[in-house]
Design a protein around this ligand. Structure first.
Ligand SMILES: C[S@@+](CC[C@H](N)C(=O)[O-])C[C@H]1O[C@@H](n2cnc3c(N)ncnc32)[C@H](O)[C@@H]1O
Length: 317
């Protein structure tokens, strides 16, 4: 690592607790499930980055266009010399659009995928030598304390519509935790995928090149590595569909046969056609986002949307 970069990586121990219990409990339910955070080992993070480049996945390019078009207005909301905390930073590509305009003092990328976080964060620290980069590997679905002090001016950045992976009630809980974490020292810049024609939504989660399918299946390889289970990935297939009633894309892995899988000393039986639920991705209208933000305790909301109304970026404070 270069001597001149300002970089630290913190790891929160809580990542190591409850993983086995949580996975086993999910697989023992009537509707078997694996939480979406288990998509993200290093391979999963790479596959997600590949998804963002597919023609069908309008989400990333639409959000990036909004960041480019309205970055100066967003930067004015945040102000300079801040601590800028990114929740689920992944490749840290989107923050690069804002850094020169926001001019934060510290950038704090938070992510569950340790090695990917480390290399993306070192990349930012190297490219922006004036910036202190304080990365932290943690699970943001659990309450956590930041492993560094706040500054007088702080802001959160939560792009990619990852808020959609929470149920609407837990999204409100998460947003109010972020609000408490920021302690009235600043607001949250939140990217949200908006409700639209389900043909567009279904295509985005079923790309023709099969990258989303590979991403979904990779969760089984990841948990085999994590807890020594013996899922055979060739015996499951990707399924994703918009559920109009719930207002979310639902992603599953469908069992291709009657089969048994050993998980932590227990045998989990699957019948042919049975599904493991791996992700919900809730879509919102602008007014639903506003209601959610107010329910989480934010009083003021600024918003920017693209001309098709497909994606919104909101500054909540
Ligand atoms: C959908 S990707 C978005 C990546 C990037 N922010 C973007 O907008 O392109 C979700 C990111 O959040 C991270 N992530 C998912 N669940 C997480 C959790 N529970 N705690 C921390 N990070 C998480 C993943 O590793 C991944 O980098």
């Amino acid at each position: 690592m270069s001597e001149s970069i300002q970089y630290e990586l913190h790891e929160l121990d809580m990542l190591k607790v409850d993983v086995a219990d949580e996975l086993l409990a999910g697989l023992q339910q009537t509707q078997k499930s694996i939480a979406p955070k288990y998509f993200y080992d290093e391979r999963g993070s790479e596959l997600f980055t590949e998804i963002t480049g597919t023609q069908e996945y309008y989400v990333t390019r639409t959000e990036i266009a909004l960041l480019k078009q309205y970055g100066a207005e967003m930067a004015a909301c945040i102000g300079p010399d801040s601590l800028l905390i990114e929740y689920g930073s992944g490749s840290s590509e989107k923050i690069r659009i804002l850094l020169d305009q926001v001019k934060p003092k510290i950038y704090a990328p938070l992510d569950i995928s340790r090695d990917y976080l480390d290399s993306a964060a070192v990349g930012v620290a190297t490219e922006y030598p004036w910036l202190e980069v304080k990365a932290a590997c943690l699970d943001y679905t659990q309450p956590f304390s930041l492993p560094f002090a706040l500054l007088d001016n702080c802001a959160g950045f939560f792009p990619g519509s990852s808020i959609g992976n929470f149920t609407p009630d837990s999204a409100i809980e998460f947003l109010s935790r972020v609000r408490n974490q920021l302690q009235d020292k600043g607001g949250l810049l939140l990217g949200v995928d908006l409700k639209k024609d389900d043909v567009v939504l279904n295509a985005a989660y079923n790309d023709a090149a099969g990258i989303t399918a590979a991403f979904n299946l990779n969760v089984l390889s990841h948990i085999n590595n994590l807890i020594g289970s013996n899922f055979d990935t060739s015996q499951f297939v990707h399924f994703a569909q918009y559920n109009d009633k719930l207002g979310c894309i639902q992603m599953f892995l469908e069992s291709l046969s009657n089969q048994r899988v050993e998980v932590l000393g227990k045998t989990i039986e699957f019948s042919k056609g049975e599904m493991i639920h791996t992700e919900d991705s809730f879509k919102y209208s602008v007014s639903e986002v506003e209601l959610m933000a107010r329910s989480a305790g934010f009083n003021e909301i600024k918003s920017w949307t693209d001309e098709k109304g497909w994606f919104g970026i909101f500054y909540l404070f």
